[in-house]
Ligand binder design. Structure first.
Ligand SMILES: [Fe+2]
Length: 203
């Protein structure tokens, strides 16, 4: 099944999807200013990594007010069910150098639309992989070490730009030095290749 994943790109810029309004961007920025990181996800990410990987603190939040704003702006364009999320990735151990979200598959979404309000720093990249083994459980978060995957593509995401990402393939975020603040529309049940076919006009 995974061998099909390298036949098409794993991450695609959506230049025709309208940018979110100032209202949404301000809402997310205020949310970030009021939610301080703890060490929980960084510790969890670290469990499958050797000690040389500085793992990011990273979390996706659902906010009911953002859900309303996002549906008002985007449901006429994205007619599939989506979950608006606020994604915050940050380096809580800057003394260890840049940090990483190691290769993983997302649990509760098949396609993610990502809009970075803050990119995570000038060297921050998102990479996509195929596995060297057959371990693939749909909709289950599986985090693996970098030796278990083979890189297919790396993208330096531009700020304030929409991308679609195949989150049912292994993906990671590298070289986070500053906060990476995302507005995300998580699509639970439309696989990435079908999303690109259906919404080809957004590319
Ligand atoms: Fe992810």
């Amino acid at each position: 099944m995974l061998s099909n994943f390298d036949k098409y790109q794993m991450m695609q810029e959506l230049s025709n999807l309208p940018k979110p309004s100032e209202k949404i961007i301000n809402h997310i920025t205020n949310f970030y200013n009021n939610n301080k990181p703890n060490n929980a996800s960084s510790k969890w990410f670290s469990k499958t990594q050797n000690k040389s990987i500085n793992c990011a603190e990273g979390k996706f939040f659902v906010d009911p007010n953002l859900t309303i704003l996002a549906y008002l702006e985007f449901y006429s364009i994205i007619s599939d069910k989506f979950r608006p999320d606020i994604g915050i990735l940050q380096n809580i151990f800057p003394e260890r150098g840049p940090c990483f979200v190691p290769p993983h598959i997302d649990k509760s979404r098949s396609t993610a639309l990502l809009f970075a309000i803050e990119t995570g720093g000038p060297e921050c990249t998102t990479s996509c992989y195929k596995t060297k083994h057959d371990l693939y459980i749909p909709n289950e978060t599986i985090m693996v070490d970098y030796d278990s995957v083979e890189i297919i593509s790396t993208t330096r995401t531009k700020p304030m730009t929409w991308y679609a990402l195949n989150v049912q393939a292994y993906h990671s975020v590298e070289n986070i030095t500053d906060v990476r603040l995302l507005f995300s529309l998580s699509i639970p049940s439309l696989p990435y290749d079908l999303f690109l076919k259906k919404y080809n006009h957004l590319i």
